[in-house]
Structures are given as structure tokens and as C-alpha cells.
Design a protein around this ligand. Structure first.
Ligand code: NDP
Ligand code: BG6
Length: 500
């Protein structure tokens, strides 16, 4: 193994060591334990950590929701999305630490019962309650009940002798005003240091890798500015529509669902200056500083789309969903040109694009460099650095080489680091597993701070309000296509992207 590789493994081992050393008795309460996120992401992630011995040894997990279920039914639901190859005895041991409490989200007595259950489990595990303990409250809940549940936790469950951590899922509000209200409500109950706002993109391997690429390799950072970079595109494409989630999606649309959070978070890491240190607050300071320099997005810099069904009727249109109003103007596709107004980036356009029911599944960051000045070779294509976040984790640099053999022609090739090929022995963990591990370690680096959130809404709110007030109609595009007509032309015309 090369020196560089062994160094990176050392850092990974360090992170895991840190987790293993966190041996404080821990109780994790998952609110909304009967729901979709809990079964698809939260419990599989908790089991993954349990299997890898990364949960503190004395951990107990309590599922909480209104649904009346026996603990056996809850276990069935919680394990329904586990890997079918998972070891049966590990699952049984995991379920041995998982209990269920049924209760409403706004009833004092129900939360007092929850508190009694936490106390009972701590007694059962012989935990000395005068010692340090961690209580994690994970809200896998619709945002309409976040504040009720947070209030109940504070009034009836919160134990001041513990380290308390509250995990909140997006959406954090609907616009700048509602997000500020939510931050105020949550901030009135918990310290910012107790709050972990999940944006699961921050837990993805290749997103976590951006800082390492930029700040651990001299040659990337040397060209990371307006002198060398022509334009940057951050793209999210999903090959399926909102099937089954139309009702939820129609209140949000693609800009709130994916762009204001996931894509903007990625943009802020690509654009930020080097943080003062690797501490969570220094990293978040750097991200916030760059977000503050992003100008609000203009409608004329935006293309909106909404998918329609295929002509053969094989795939439905967005409005064919019964839960979506027939006159909905909610965009299921958007691409926007953005500008970061600071010395590093002034003049470099950024395009963020996201769409549902498109032709493929892909999330990537494409950094296109400027034309080679004074080149010996005529008509050179541009270099690009591409970081593919999913589905195939990879980093590649589009590089011009001499066509191999007797030819003297030039060819575009790639310096290609595809993770599956290079790191075939390593299973890349799900984003939720890494983020829950961070919560257990009290590491906020990959969570959204309230001032970051405020900036994110400042950038998008005027555009969202204009779309809604003026009822701006999205362009139609066929399910399974690459987006509305002119989708690529828009990028070529508006930001000068040149196809390589
Ligand atoms: P669900 O709609 O499945 O809701 C979770 C649970 O909350 C339900 O099982 C239900 O439990 C309770 N609940 C549902 N609606 C209401 C309501 N109107 N009032 C009170 N309680 C209600 O949500 P998800 O699990 O899909 O999502 C949870 C959170 O995670 C949301 O904030 C979502 O935006 C976010 N999220 C979800 C993702 C996913 O893949 N599902 C991905 C990323 C984020 P009971 O009736 O038993 O109390
Ligand atoms: C969620 C959005 O936050 O992210 C979904 O609400 C989207 O609409 C999902 O499908 C994408 O996440 P991933 O990890 O599958 O890329």
C-alpha cells in the first residue's frame, strides 16, 4: 500500500477509535419510529453501527410513535429494510436493546411514561446515573410536530445530568421567515450545541472527501479559483418521480427538497476558503462565510420544469398522482445560475441542477477549467475535474493525452479514481450511519448550523416567493428524459460551458 493510502487509513482508524472510546451509557429515542425514514434509514444505520461495535457498549434504543404496536411488531418493522444477508444472531442481539413506547406527540403523560421507560432501562443496565450519560432524541417526524415534540422532551424527558442531543431532519422550515421561527422555537428549548440538523448529503463519502481533496493536495487548491476555473455545475438527477410522495412533494418542490439544502451544502464546501482548523465550528464558519457572499438567485437565471407522462402511458406524469392538485405549478426540475461574490470566485458562474423522473440516477460536481492560454495545440478541449457522489463514487480528471501509438493526434482521456476499483475491499457506509456516529461523538462538523440555514434561505426565498406569487409555469418534460427542451443549451449559453 502506498504511503498516502496508509496515511488515509490511519485517519479512518482514528475516527473509529474515537467512536469505540465513547463508552458512555447511551439512550437513543427515535420519534416517528413507525415511519418511512425510521425503517429505511435510521434503524438500518443503527444496526450497522451495532454490528461494527461502534455503538457505545451500554446503548439502549427506544422507538416512540403514536401507532399501537407490540414490541415484536415494532421489531419486525424496524428490521424490514435490513440487508437480507445480515447475520441473524446479530439482529437478535440488536433487537435485545430495542424497546417501543406508544404515545402522542403533545401529551405530557405520554412523555412522562417515556421518561420512566428511559429510567427503567438505565436501572436494568445498572447504570450509575451520577456518571456521564448521553441521551439522543432523533426526530424522524414530519416537521409539523417538531416543536411539539421538542417542547415535550424539554418539559418531561430532558435530564440535566446528561449530555442531551436532539437530531432534526429536514425540511427546516419553508422559507426564511418560517425557518427563523423554527430556529427560534428550537433555540428557546435547546442550546445550539445540543442540536444536530441532518442534511444526509454531508454524510456521503464523496461529499466528506471534498475537503480532503482540496486541502490535502497541493495541486487542487493551487487552481481552485476564478483564474483557472471557468464554471462549476452541481447536478442531482433521479430516474423516478414522486410516486407515493406527491402530497408531500407538492408543498415543497424540487428547490426546497434538494437544492436549498443538499446542493447548496455541497456548493459551500466546494467554494469555501480553508477553515482555520478541522474543528466543527471553524468548518461551519468557513461555509457560512461563503454562503454570505452568494447573491440571491434571480428568476431569469432559472429554468423550471415539471414532468409529464410518457406517450405510451407507461410512466405517469407528476399531476397524474391523485394527491397532486391538477393545476399544480410545483417544479420537479430546476436549474439555476448562481454567483459567489468574493475575490476567489467573482465572475465564475455556478449551475445547480436537480430533477426527478429524469433519464438516470446521478449526483456529481463538474468543475470545468478555462481554455489553455497560449497553447501549442489548436482547438484544445477544456480540462474538467469531476467528483461523482453517486451512484459510482469516483473522482476523475478529464485530461488531454497523445493518442497512444504512432498517431500524433490528441485524445481526451481520464485520470480515473473509481472507488470500486481502487478500494474494492472497503464497503462505503450509508450516510446515516456516519452521521449517527458523529452525533454519538458530539461532532457537529457534518451538521447544519442555524446561521448557515439562515443564509441558505436568504439565497432561495425571494425566488421561491416570486415563483409562487406570480404562478410561474414550469416547462414540461417527459418522464425519463434529460429535462425540459433546451436544458443543455441553457448551460452553454448562460455560463459558457463547452462540451469536452
Ligand atoms: P412519515 O410520514 O413516515 O412520518 C413518520 C411518522 O410520524 C409516522 O410513522 C407517523 O407515526 C408520524 N406522523 C406522520 N404524519 C403525522 C402527522 N401529520 N402528525 C403527527 N405525526 C405524524 O415521515 P418520514 O419517515 O418519511 O420522514 C420523517 C422526517 O424525515 C421528515 O421530516 C422528512 O422530511 C425527513 N426525511 C425523510 C426521508 C425519507 O426517505 N423518508 C429522507 C430525508 C428526510 P405515528 O402515526 O405512528 O405517530
Ligand atoms: C431527500 C429528498 O432529502 O433526498 C428526496 O427529500 C430525494 O426527494 C433524496 O430523493 C435523495 O437522497 P439520495 O441519498 O437517494 O441521493
Amino acid at each position: 500500500m502506498s504511503k498516502v493510502a496508509s496515511h488515509s487509513f490511519a485517519s479512518l482508524t482514528c475516527a473509529i477509535d474515537r467512536a469505540a472510546k465513547n463508552d458512555m451509557p447511551t439512550t437513543i429515542v427515535v420519534f416517528g419510529a413507525s415511519g418511512d425514514l425510521a425503517k429505511k434509514k435510521t434503524f438500518p444505520a443503527l444496526f450497522h453501527l451495532f454490528e461494527q461495535n461502534l455503538l457505545p457498549k451500554r446503548t439502549r434504543i427506544i422507538g416512540y410513535a403514536r401507532t399501537h404496536m407490540t414490541v415484536e411488531d415494532f421489531h419486525k418493522r424496524a428490521t424490514s429494510h435490513f440487508n437480507p444477508q445480515a447475520d441473524k444472531s446479530s439482529i437478535d442481539k440488536f433487537l435485545g436493546i430495542c424497546e417501543y413506547v406508544s404515545g402522542k406527540y403533545d401529551v405530557d403523560e405520554d412523555f412522562q411514561r417515556l421518561r420512566s421507560e428511559i429510567d427503567r432501562l438505565e436501572q436494568e443496565s445498572n447504570i450509575d446515573t451520577s456518571c456521564e450519560r448521553i441521551h439522543v432524541y432523533y426526530m424522524a417526524l414530519p416537521p409539523s410536530v417538531f416543536v411539539d415534540v421538542a417542547t415535550q422532551i424539554k418539559n418531561n424527558v430532558y435530564d440535566e445530568s446528561c449530555t442531551n442531543r436532539v437530531v432534526i431532519e429536514k425540511p427546516f422550515g419553508h422559507d426564511l421567515e418560517s425557518s427563523r421561527q423554527l430556529s427560534k422555537d428550537i433555540g428557546g428549548l435547546f442550546e445550539e450545541s445540543e442540536v444536530f440538523r441532518i442534511d444526509h448529503y454531508l454524510g456521503k463519502e464523496m461529499v466528506k472527501n471534498i475537503m480532503t481533496l482540496r486541502f490535502a493536495n497541493v495541486f487542487y487548491e493551487a487552481v481552485w479559483d476564478r483564474h483557472y476555473i471557468s464554471n462549476i455545475q452541481i447536478t442531482f438527477k433521479e430516474p423516478f418521480g414522486t410516486e407515493g410522495r406527491g402530497g408531500y412533494f407538492d408543498q415543497f418542490g424540487i428547490i426546497r427538497d434538494v437544492m436549498q439544502n443538499h446542493l447548496l451544502q455541497v456548493l459551500s464546501i466546494v467554494a469555501m476558503n480553508q477553515p482555520k482548523s478541522l474543528s466543527a465550528e471553524d468548518i461551519r464558519d468557513s461555509k457560512t462565510e461563503v454562503l454570505k457572499r452568494i447573491l440571491p438567485i434571480q428568476l431569469e437565471d432559472t429554468m423550471l420544469g415539471q414532468y409529464v407522462g410518457t406517450s405510451d402511458g407507461g410512466k405517469p406524469g407528476y399531476k397524474d398522482d391523485d394527491t397532486v392538485p391538477k393545476d399544480s405549478i410545483t417544479p420537479t426540475f430546476a436549474q439555476c445560475v448562481m454567483h459567489v461574490d468574493n475575490d476567489r470566485w467573482r465572475g465564475v458562474p455556478w449551475v445547480i441542477k436537480a430533477g426527478k423522473a429524469l433519464d438516470e440516477a446521478k449526483m456529481l460536481i463538474r468543475i470545468q477549467f478555462k481554455d489553455m492560454p497560449n497553447s501549442l495545440f489548436p482547438n484544445l478541449a477544456r480540462n474538467e475535474l469531476v467528483i461523482q457522489v453517486s451512484p459510482k463514487e469516483s473522482v476523475y480528471i478529464k485530461t488531454i493525452v497523445k493518442e497512444p501509438g504512432l498517431s500524433t493526434n490528441l485524445a481526451m482521456s481520464e485520470l480515473d479514481l473509481t472507488y470500486k476499483t481502487r478500494y474494492h475491499d472497503i464497503k462505503i457506509p450509508d450516510a446515516y450511519a456516519t452521521l449517527i456516529l458523529d452525533v454519538l461523538n458530539g461532532d457537529h462538523s457534518n451538521f447544519v448550523r442555524s446561521d448557515e440555514l439562515d443564509e441558505a434561505w436568504r439565497i432561495f426565498t425571494p425566488l421561491l416567493h416570486q415563483i409562487e406569487n406570480d404562478r410561474v409555469k414550469p416547462l414540461p418534460y417527459k418522464y425519463g428524459s434529460s429535462g425540459p427542451e433546451g436544458v443543455y443549451q441553457f448551460v452553454e449559453d448562460r455560463v459558457g460551458y463547452k462540451r469536452t
